[in-house]
Ligand binder design. Structure first.
Ligand code: ATP
Ligand code: MG
Length: 566
């Protein structure tokens, strides 16, 4: 049915891997890893990295590890480790028995550091942090060597051991690689390898008071695990010479670091720092707030892992940073749920409709299709009676041009019901319409007229006496600015927080078949969008539905324009 050919998006990393396989590098293996720091919850940007790393392993018959990049004791926590496991599993990936921790390599990292000292490739520096910064120089100016740079190997070994034993206060010394203070790449100007930190690590406790830096620990962790392709985001491109330097100097197995552009989304921030401010300062209810771009937020909102994976596949992998339209993510969700989500009738802003010629106590069971995209999902019965709720929007006292819904004297179809004609309406003292009166045509049962009479509008409804009152939460983007990666100097991201990102409606009414809708179940409410049962706040006597997305697909339009211009 008009299914578009879907062009495989570019992924330059596949080209690199295929070239490596052809050349017989790494023994024909592909082994990737996903290395989050357990200092926060995963977001959709991480999902891109998860899908990429696991996806490549799958495609090339390889393996993918998950590694906690936990070398910074002050921000990391076991609770995050558990959350990361849960989120990666929910996305549908399996690390089998390869769940690792950089902190498990602390001993090995220490041994390698001693090796570098012995080779004259590392030294203990006693400059202060501030002095180290000043000595580093700038992009246009060479750095200056520390007066401690030429300590003897023996002195370095002794000082480093005493650092480890806890004989010095924080900041007294650091261990640095001895490379080149005039190197054009600032990362190569004797980077710090170890710093003293008296903090309890969530796994190693107080066993260590010196901790390795990311640059030193990461390459060695990759090496220990036999990683072939170490994929990271673009900001590490300038660190690659250092990645290579450590491994070459140590003469150990050497994976290849490859950088790709991190994911950015319109109307969204994807940095743990900003996301944690949103949580801490109460702009959202938590990391799992359905407006958050975290995996748990998306999950609670009602997103499916399939939609997220499809999205990650479609955006491809590039070498240049860009901002992806969030409409594409929504489009992927719609495509997925269109096929899978059962349809239901729900009214968000109820207006009473009374059918004046319908018998008072009569109830009919009308047949409704569960999913027109999938006949195997069958049909269900929905009750119809004299008093219904319809959407307030679906009646206008003075209909504008092109308005085909209900208005005085106008006939419309009630979906799966009957044709009804508006004969009267009642207003309250403020002039708001509070009740619409109609007649129905008993010859139009099911919503079709035997005499071939056409109506232009079809509206949804629920039977008032059978309806279940529920709470519905409608969401808008968290930010009002399209490109949040592009803030002006001195601008605070908070000034773009959308004050209207959440609208709570109660009571809304849903058809009785949803009375026992389980947490996280998803539906298309006819004409209103896709909704899911909130797994946190929903209660047996007050179901809460999140709107995942509306039905209006803005991406299809964008895509059409793009292909026309291509
Ligand atoms: P943040 O900027 O949110 O703090 P991070 O890079 O510090 O992210 P890590 O836990 O270190 O978070 O990231 C784990 C992995 O996920 C890394 O390989 C990183 O490159 C990748 N990653 C993080 N954010 C994105 C993103 N926006 N797009 C693609 N990959 C990402
Ligand atoms: Mg990081």
């Amino acid at each position: 049915m008009g299914k578009k050919e879907f062009k495989t998006p570019p992924n330059f990393i596949k080209d690199i891997i295929e070239e490596d396989l052809r050349a017989g590098r790494y023994g024909g293996r592909v082994h990737t890893r996903f290395p989050p720091e357990p200092n926060g919850f995963l977001h959709i940007g991480h999902a891109k990295s998860v899908c990429l790393n696991f996806g490549l392993a799958q495609e090339y018959n390889g393996l993918c590890n998950v590694r906690m990049d936990d070398t910074n004791p002050s921000t990391e926590d076991e609770a995050y480790v558990q959350a990361i496991k849960e989120d990666v599993r929910w996305l549908g990936f399996d690390w089998e028995d390869r769940f690792y921790y950089a902190s498990d390599y602390f001993d090995k990292l220490y041994e390698y550091a001693i090796e570098l000292i012995k080779k004259g490739k590392a030294y203990v520096d006693s400059l202060s942090q501030e002095e180290i910064r000043q000595y580093r120089g700038t992009l246009t100016e060479a750095g200056k060597e520390s007066p401690y740079r030429n300590r003897s190997i023996e002195e370095n070994l002794e000082l480093f051991e005493r650092m480890k034993k806890g004989e010095f206060p924080e900041g007294a010394h650091v261990l640095r690689a001895k490379i080149d203070m005039a190197h054009p790449n600032l990362n190569m100007r004797d980077p710090v390898m170890y710093r003293i930190k008296y903090a309890t690590h969530y796994r190693t406790g107080n066993r260590w008071c010196i901790y390795p830096t990311y640059d030193y620990a990461h390459c060695i962790s990759d090496s220990i695990e036999g990683i072939t392709h170490s994929i990271c985001t673009l900001e590490f491109e300038d660190h690659r010479p250092l990645y290579d330097w450590f491994l070459d100097e140590l003469g150990i197995y050497h994976p290849k670091q490859i950088e790709f552009a991190r994911l950015n989304l319109t109307y969204t921030v994807l940095s743990k720092r900003y996301l944690s401010i949103l949580v801490r300062e109460g702009y959202v209810t938590g990391w799992d707030d359905p407006r958050m771009p975290t995996i748990r937020g998306l999950r609670r909102r009602g997103y499916t892992p399939e939609a997220i994976k499809d999205f990650c596949e479609r955006i491809g992998v590039a070498k240049r940073n860009s901002v992806v339209d969030v409409a594409l993510l929504e489009h992927c969700l719609r495509e997925d749920l269109n096929k899978r989500a059962p349809r239901a009738m729900a009214v968000l802003r109820p207006l009473k409709l009374v059918i004046v010629n319908y018998p008072n106590d009569q109830v009919e069971e009308l047949e409704a299709v569960n999913n027109p995209e999938d006949p195997s999902m069958g049909t269900r019965k929905i009750p119809f009676s004299k008093v219904l709720y319809i959407e307030r929007d679906d009646f206008r006292e003075n209909p504008p041009k092109d308005y085909f819904r209900l208005a005085p004297g106008r006939e419309v179809r009630l979906r799966y019901g009957y044709y009804v004609t508006c004969v009267d309406f009642i207003k309250d003292s403020n002039g708001n319409v509070i009740e619409v009166h109609c007649t129905y045509d008993p010859e139009t049962r099911g919503g079709w007229s035997a005499d071939g009479r056409k109506v232009r509008g079809t509206i949804h409804w629920v039977s008032a006496r059978h309806a279940i009152p529920v709470e519905v939460r409608l969401y808008d983007y968290l930010f009002t600015k399209e490109d949040m990666t592009n803030l002006e100097e001195g601008e605070d991201f908070r000034q773009y927080i959308n004050p209207k990102s959440l609208e709570v409606l109660y009571p809304c009414y849903v058809e009785p078949s949803l009375a026992n809708a389980p947490p996280e179940s998803r539906y298309q409410f006819e004409r209103l969008g896709y909704f899911s049962v909130d797994p946190v706040d929903s209660k047996k006597d007050r179901l809460v539905f999140n709107r995942i997305v509306t039905l209006k697909d803005t991406w299809s339009k964008i895509e059409k324009k793009l292909t026309e211009n291509a």
